[in-house]
Structure formats: C-alpha cells, structure tokens
Design a protein around this ligand. Structure first.
Ligand code: SAH
Ligand code: SF4
Ligand code: F3S
Length: 444
C-alpha cells in the first residue's frame, strides 16, 4: 500500500437488509463530519465504502466483483473500505484476496472509520471486526436532514441460530439500544423531516427496555412513546420473529393508530419437519395462530413474509406445504429465496442438499403464487380511501410517489409536496403499485 492524499469525496454503497441502509446513512454522516463530501453523480469518489451483505452466496461474491470494477485503467483504485457482514465474516480473507482494499470494518466498529482512513492515507491497511462493549451509536454524529420516511435501528443481532443463517455470526448476540437514546434519536429524526419511522432490528420485536419510569417494556411500549410526538404520523417495524410476537405488540396493532397495518413476519417454510430442521422453534400452526390474532385486532392488516425453498432434505410434498401455507394466508407481498449453503452454518453440511434445477422450479412456483396474491391484494384495495405519505417525485411531470398504510407504492398527480400526508382514493392496481386520485391534503 502506498500513501495517498486524504480523500475529499466519498460514496457509500449498501447491500442487503435495511439495517445496512441505516448503517450506510450513519457512515455517510460520519464521513461528512470529517469534511469529506459525497462524490458528484458520475464522478469517481476518492473513498468508496462497500457496505456488504453475507446472507446468500451471490451477495458475498458480488463484493469481489465490485472491488474489481473500481480498478482504474492505470491499475490503481480509490481508497476502498469493505464494511458490513462480509467484512465481519471474512475479515482478513478480504485483505488477502483483494489487495486494492485498504480497510475492512465490521458492523459494530464503523464508528472507528475516521481513524482507519488516517491509517490508510499513510499507506497502512486497517482491519477492525471487533464487537466492542462501547456502542458505536454514542460515537456517531447527530442525524442530519432525512427524508419523510426514516429508519431507526433499535435492536441488533440474533440469538435464534436458524441452521441456515449467518446473521448470528456476523451481527453477534441480540442487543437492544436504550429507550432514552431511541426516543432522543427519533425526535431528532422528526425534527430533521421524518414523518414516518421504521424501527429496525434483525429481530426487532425482541427489543426490550425500561421506560422513563423504570418499567420493563417491549417494542409496543417504545412505539407508544414515539407515537406521542405529534409530528410523527406513522410507525413501522421490521423484521420480526414469530416467537417474539408478544401479546402487547399484537394488541398495539388494534390500539395504536400510528402503527401502520403491515406486518412482515417471516415463516420460511410450511412443513413442520423442515421448520424443525431449520431450528425455527415455531410450527406452521403456531405461526398461523399468531396471524389470526393480529387479524382479529386489525382486520385490514397487510401480511408479508420470507421464504426459503430447497432447504436440505425438503421433499416435493414438504414444498407443497409451503404453497398451501401461502394459500391459507393470502400475503400482500413477500420475499422468497433459493436456499444458499453458508459456510460455518449447520445446514451447510446436512444431508439431502437439493439440486439447483429443483430449487429453480420450486422458486418459480412459489413466486407465481406470491405474485398472484400480491396482485389480488392490490386489486382489492381499489376504491379504498387512505392516506399516502409523499416520498418523492415520479417520472412524469407533476407525478408524486408515496406509500399507502399497507406499504403499497402509490402514484398520483396533484398539488402536494414531499413529506405531506395526503388523502387519496386508490383507483387502479398493478402488481407492484397503484394509481390514486388526490382528495385533499390530510395534514400540511
Ligand atoms: N431475522 C430475520 C431475517 C434475516 S435474513 C428473520 O428471521 O426473519 C432475511 C431472510 O433471508 C430470511 O428471512 C431468509 O428468508 C433469508 N435467508 C437467510 N439465510 C438464508 C440462506 N442461507 N439461504 C437463503 N435464504 C436465506
Ligand atoms: Fe437468521 Fe433466524 Fe436470526 Fe432471522 S431469526 S436472523 S433467519 S438466525
Ligand atoms: Fe445481509 Fe447482514 Fe443484513 S448478512 S441481510 S446485511 S444482517
């Protein structure tokens, strides 16, 4: 590594889950505090942060091809930092495989990035994949301007150890941020322009804390406190684990108006034998019963989930059980994946790895069913009146885009501004979005 001038411009590229998006925003703020500015569109940045995801094989391989693509014609590269879950999982390996990388920093250590940049400028490569006791959140600068819909990480890590999953290794044990810090950060987000906050965690509903009076509370207690801010109109949370759907959180869906009628509750598979092999610690039935209870208090709730097809040993008949579960639920939207063997996880060495063609075919069938249900859900919304939080301009002149309470993308033309919460009538449905007619502004 040779010495380089201190970077003037940066670009942060985040992959993977929304928690990485949040971390990417915080890293950008940290760099801005150092006087490094975002690289202008179309221009090469002096410093590139690849904020990576390790969840599936393709996601990890992508990092190396991205590093290759940053190489200039003369063989040099900008300063490259690899952050995120690949950094945590592969650490030293990245340094070996990619000489162009000068910094490797894990998701719990990125507050130390400024010191690492100073090292890199001097020509020394720096690696930090600690999971320090001090929290990065205390060392990060305040939130700056944010969009109408903002993310707030409230919980990190996972203790569930599903047998296919790397997250417990890359993100560590479950940790909840303190009530006081979160309430403070949420108010700052609202002051900076947020009208909706999505509470994030690898297992967000495992969040626990103590309220101002010292009482033990769960995520519903946190949501109730945030809802008291009159300028915050919407609260969402993701991703939840079925085993952490407490009575209080279910009840909140019926009581707390600002809690949006949307629940992302991954199930992964419909067969009890597969769920057991995955170490999901819930059954098909216990999952369905949770959904029944949420629907009982909030009948219009939009449901979402994650699925894995081709887990080792999954038979045709077991896969059919996933399809029948999908039919039984009627999801509004879902994510579905082919099983990807991750080194170091128990499932990677299980018998009965499913051939690629079988996985392809199962994924196609599952996605056909999920797409059908998503379109049906959108079509059933036509004629409804609802609020839309305007998030950005659309492609056509005068067109605005936002989200319905059920997290559908909605576009309309009319007199409104970004950040407005407007009342619309949904008029037409496609598979991925709806058009609407503006009725009148609901809030200025
Ligand atoms: N904590 C969340 C999700 C974390 S990862 C939860 O348990 O719901 C997001 C999704 O990626 C998972 O829900 C799962 O569907 C998928 N996923 C995780 N590991 C995977 C693997 N090895 N192969 C394929 N999909 C995987
Ligand atoms: Fe991974 Fe399971 Fe934890 Fe979700 S609950 S992050 S799938 S181990
Ligand atoms: Fe990927 Fe890490 Fe999120 S592996 S899905 S970026 S927790």
């Amino acid at each position: 590594m040779r010495q380089t001038p201190p970077p003037r411009t940066y670009r942060v590229k985040s992959f993977g889950c929304q928690m990485n998006v949040y971390d990417g925003e915080r890293m950008a703020e940290l760099l801005a505090e150092q006087g490094i500015i975002p690289a202008p569109e179309g221009e090469e940045a002096d410093l590139v942060v690849l904020n990576t995801c390790h969840i599936r094989e393709k996601a990890a391989e992508k990092v190396y091809s991205d590093i290759g693509r940053l190489r200039r014609e003369d063989g040099t590269s900008p300063l490259i930092a690899v952050a995120g879950c690949v950094a945590q999982a592969e650490g030293e390996e990245i340094m070996k495989r990619a000489p162009a990388v000068s910094m490797v920093v894990g998701p719990q250590a990125y507050h130390r990035l400024p010191g690492m940049i100073a090292e890199a400028v001097e020509g020394r490569r720096a690696i930090d994949t600690d999971m320090p006791a001090e929290t990065k959140f205390d060392a990060l600068p305040d939130r700056r301007k944010v969009g109408p819909s903002a993310f707030l990480t409230v919980q990190e890590g996972c203790d569930k150890f599903c047998t296919y999953c790397v997250v417990p290794y890359t993100r560590g044990a479950e940790v909840s941020r303190s009530f006081k810090d979160l309430v403070e950060e949420a108010h700052k987000l609202v002051d900076a322009g947020a009208r909706e906050i999505t509470l994030l965690g690898q297992n967000v509903n495992a969040w626990t804390g103590e309220d101002a009076a010292g009482r033990a509370i769960g995520l519903d207690g946190l949501a109730r406190e945030l809802a008291r801010n009159p300028d915050l109109h919407r609260i969402r949370y993701t991703t939840s684990h079925p085993n952490d759907m407490t009575d209080g959180l279910i009840a909140a869906h019926g009581e707390l108006e600002k809690l949006m009628p949307f629940l992302h509750l991954p199930v992964q598979a419909g067969s009890d034998r597969v769920l057991k092999a995955m170490n999901r610690s819930h059954s098909r039935d216990s999952y369905l019963r949770i959904l029944d209870r949420v629907r009982a208090v909030r009948p219009d709730i939009a449901l979402s989930g994650d699925f894995i097809v081709g887990f080792p040993g999954e038979t045709d008949a077991e896969f059919e059980e996933t399809l029948s579960l999908v039919d039984a639920v009627g999801y509004a939207q879902c994510f579905s994946f082919k099983y990807s063997a991750r080194p170091g996880t128990p499932a990677a060495t299980m018998d009965g790895q499913v051939p690629a063609e079988v996985m392809d075919e199962r994924l196609q069938r599952l996605q056909a069913a999920l797409n059908r249900d998503q379109l049906a859900f959108n079509q059933a919304s036509v004629g409804k009146r609802c609020t839309v939080l305007v998030e950005r301009k659309g492609r056509h002149p005068g067109q605005l885009l936002g989200k319905s309470p059920w997290l559908q993308s909605v576009h309309f033309t009319g007199d409104a501004a970004i950040g407005d919460l407007v009342e619309v009538e949904l008029t037409e449905a496609g598979p991925n979005s709806l058009s609407a007619r503006l009725l009148h502004p609901a809030h200025a």
